[in-house]
Design a protein around this ligand. Structure first.
Ligand SMILES: [Zn+2]
Length: 530
């Protein structure tokens, strides 16, 4: 591989998913993996197979279905993890096993309770075992940035000798600063035997806002793989943002002299896809993919821009895939135009999913004059999210106003086929609605965030409600779209409840204590008829 080639290792599906509330289901992970392939990443880290059956399934599905990039699975340095990782990866056309073991003093002493010799021995055994399965082996000394440099050099030299092909130097806790991190890479380059035969990789966390800066500075020292996530997703302050590293290397090609295989025009659509699937929106002033990243407001800037764009713009918005025009489809647009638009927006739907999107598009176009990209995204995403739901909304009614008691009546359908109804009072119609849904499902949550925003523009714009809530110590999100914001709120709340129910089904005996159960054949109460 030539020396100016920058390898983009995406870990949105593995480290990105560590972000609280960002957990994705199988269909969503496959969707994102396809989008990453289209974006042109070199490596997709699809998960941590030993972590859960869901993670195993996701890695296996991506390994089987996504062709082109290297598919990577994570494993701790022990036989059980490594064997399980290989089981998930074995059908990939280009599999990689990524083994990691902490090396810093604080991890050795408190987490692993191992001394230096044991660490080295474990690392060698892990890499050797993985090497028995496939050629492409990545080794990460976890918390490398806080590891004594001499010991780090010793561990990685032994791991290289055992068959490592990519050596990752992670700043697991976001502690490094650029010049010091660069010095560590330089030291390893100088002292470790065999290091010139492998790819040096970096994996930086953003706790001090330095993940991208640290990654870039390592490239100047000879690192050639960057581990990153779309939108910088990841636990705590997140990981190094893929779009930022890629555009920095491209825009400052004069300085870095590196090239990637990333199709930068896919950056914006991929960013939107990940934001939609995870429910974690991108801040407006986020570099490259934020709503304001290319918005010029200051008068003097606008004047300069009109005379010559480059006076204030270092990148072309079209180069990162920012749509030139938002206006797309209308009532008379056909199936083919919709299919093309859905593809352009980064979704890979099968025929059945496309048929569903087309049906809901037609219904929406009847209600709205124009259908925008964001509307189409919302429809496509509803189809992807369409995993079998325990609870679905049948009907609801709310009332509110000055001098009256806000109340809601709701009818939900359970996956068992039965219909359940209830009603409750609340501090407002939305509060009453949520309380009623909690009563029916027997699942109660602590609401942490509730937002309603318009997806597009105009009086007939669709409203998007997003909800974040906590249950049993975990964070869950839900999202709903409708031209009626109360309905959007109900849909978002039910989606979130369904996610809680998938993990912690309410106990039958505790469930729905005073809830009326109605048969289809029987007329429902007036509260449920909206
Ligand atoms: Zn990480």
């Amino acid at each position: 591989m030539s020396d100016d080639r920058l390898i983009i290792f995406d870990t949105t599906l593995r480290d990105g998913e560590q972000s609280p509330g960002a957990s994705m289901n199988l269909a969503e992970k496959i969707e994102i993996a396809h989008a990453l392939r289209e974006l042109g990443v070199d490596v997709i880290e699809a998960g941590f197979p030993i972590a859960s059956p869901g993670d195993f399934e996701a890695v296996q599905a991506v390994a089987r279905q996504v062709n082109g990039p290297i598919i990577c699975g994570l494993a701790r340095c022990n036989p059980v993890d490594i064997d399980r990782a290989w089981e998930a990866l074995r059908d990939a056309s280009r599999p990689r096993i990524h083994v990691f073991l902490a090396t810093s003093a604080i991890h050795r002493e408190f987490k692993l309770k191992m001394d230096k010799d044991e660490i080295i021995q474990r690392a060698v055994e892990g890499v050797s075992r993985a090497k028995g399965y496939c050629d492409d082996i990545e080794f990460s000394p976890e918390d490398a940035a806080r590891t004594e440099l001499d010991f780090l050099a010793e561990v990685v030299e032994r791991a290289l000798a055992a068959g490592t092909t990519t050596l990752n130097i992670p700043d697991t806790v976001g502690y490094a600063v650029p010049s010091q991190y660069a010095a560590a890479i330089r030291h390893l380059k100088k002292t470790v035997r065999g290091i010139d035969d492998v790819v040096i990789s970096v994996h930086c966390h953003n706790d001090l806002g330095l993940a991208v800066a640290n990654s870039l500075t390592a490239l100047k020292e000879g690192a050639r793989q960057v581990e990153c996530t779309i939108n910088g997703l990841g636990e705590r302050a997140g990981n190094c943002a893929l779009e930022e590293v890629v555009m920095a290397a491209k825009t400052r090609g004069d300085f870095f002299g590196l090239r990637t295989t990333i199709n930068t025009k896919r950056l914006h659509p991929t960013s939107r896809l990940v934001a939609h699937v995870t429910g974690i929106q991108v801040q407006r002033n986020k570099a490259i993919v934020g709503l304001n990243a290319f918005a010029h407001e200051a008068g003097i800037h606008q004047d300069g821009m009109l005379k010559e764009r480059r006076t204030y713009e270092i990148m072309n918005p079209e180069d990162v895939g920012l749509p030139k025009t938002q206006l797309v489809l209308g009532k008379h647009s056909g199936r083919h135009a919709l299919r093309q638009r859905v593809r352009d927006l980064g979704y890979h739907l099968d025929d059945e999913q496309l048929r569903k999107v087309f049906d809901s598009f037609k219904a929406l176009a009847d209600r709205k004059k124009v259908v925008y990209d964001a509307d189409i995204e919302a429809l496509a995403e509803a189809v992807i999210h369409d995993s079998p739901a325990l609870w679905t909304l049948e009907s609801f009614h709310t009332s509110a106003g000055t001098g009256t008691l806000p109340m809601a009546g709701v009818a939900l359908r359970h996956a068992d086929g039965n219909r359940y109804e209830d009603a409750a009072l609340g501090d407002g119609p939305v509060d009453a609605l949520f309380k009623t849904i909690e009563r029916i499902t027997g699942i109660s949550v602590q609401l942490r965030d509730y937002q309603v925003r318009s997806v597009t523009v105009g009086e007939d714009a669709q409203g998007e409600a997003s909800i974040e809530a906590e249950a049993n110590g975990r964070t869950y999100r839900g999202r709903g779209i409708s031209t009626d914001i109360i309905e959007a709120s109900a849909l978002a709340f039910i989606q979130m409840i369904n996610r809680v129910a998938m993990r912690f089904p309410a106990r039958e005996d505790k469930m729905r204590p005073e809830t009326a159960r109605a048969d289809d054949s029987q007329p429902t109460s007036s509260a449920a008829a909206s």
